[in-house]
Write a protein that binds this ligand. Structure first.
Ligand SMILES: CC(C)(COP(=O)(O)OP(=O)(O)OC[C@H]1O[C@@H](n2cnc3c(N)ncnc32)[C@H](O)[C@@H]1OP(=O)(O)O)[C@@H](O)C(=O)NCCC(=O)NCCS
Length: 175
């Protein structure tokens, strides 16, 4: 797992090129997005084969309130695997490692992600659950919907989530 500061320019370009295989924006726009959206305390996991970056996941870290109690939430964002290596468990391994890192962290973060309904089984295999409660985000006292995709999923770890849970991410950034 790497911190944002440990990502060299060369690695960043390789990550952006990999992301382009699915999110088809020009490289300059990918680089600009990284500078404006990625925080210094985000974590990054890379999969490499033959000296090339073939898989990537970003773990943004945000302050959160779960049922009114302050906690840390770690997102799983931008999971991407090189098209020619898809279907060979690289993605599953990235999610498994990301989840294990969360569990190891002394912050005991709650894992949070959003995905399409079709990808729910993919994350469920690594122990993630569809979040049964209400998920919002808040910045400057403005509360908004967080969900961009169809499903919110969580990896509760030490936290207890239930049907009536309210999770507020203290950020305006979707991930
Ligand atoms: C999603 C992604 C990371 C999976 O990586 P991968 O290495 O191919 O996945 P794995 O080989 O570990 O797992 C494959 C399983 O996930 C499922 N899966 C992969 N992509 C899927 C998708 N878009 N929708 C539904 N299921 C999908 C496969 O059907 C397969 O399930 P099976 O074993 O029952 O056949 C990869 O397809 C990718 O980079 N996609 C483009 C970017 C993306 O959509 N990222 C997710 C953002 S939330």
């Amino acid at each position: 797992m790497l911190s944002t500061t440990a990502i060299s320019r060369e690695m960043l370009v390789a990550i952006c090129k990999l992301k382009q295989t699915h999110w088809n924006h020009p490289i300059e726009s990918q680089l600009a997005w990284f500078s404006s959206h990625v925080a210094p305390d985000d974590a990054h996991i890379l999969a490499e084969a033959h000296g090339e970056i073939v898989g990537y996941v970003r773990l943004p870290s945000v302050a959160a309130l779960l049922d009114g109690v302050a906690c840390r939430a770690w997102g799983i964002s931008t999971v991407i695997v090189s098209p020619d290596l898809r279907g060979q468990n690289v993605g599953q391994e990235l999610v498994r490692i990301a989840t294990a890192e969360m569990q190891r962290s002394p912050l005991k973060p709650l894992g949070v992600l959003q995905c399409s309904r079709g990808l729910v089984p993919f994350y469920a295999r690594a122990g993630w659950l569809i979040f049964p409660g209400v998920l919002k985000c808040r910045k400057d006292d403005v509360l908004t919907e967080f969900i961009r995709d169809e499903c919110a999923m969580v990896y509760p770890g030490v936290h207890h989530v239930h049907q009536d849970s309210s999770l507020i991410l203290l950020t305006s950034e979707s991930f």
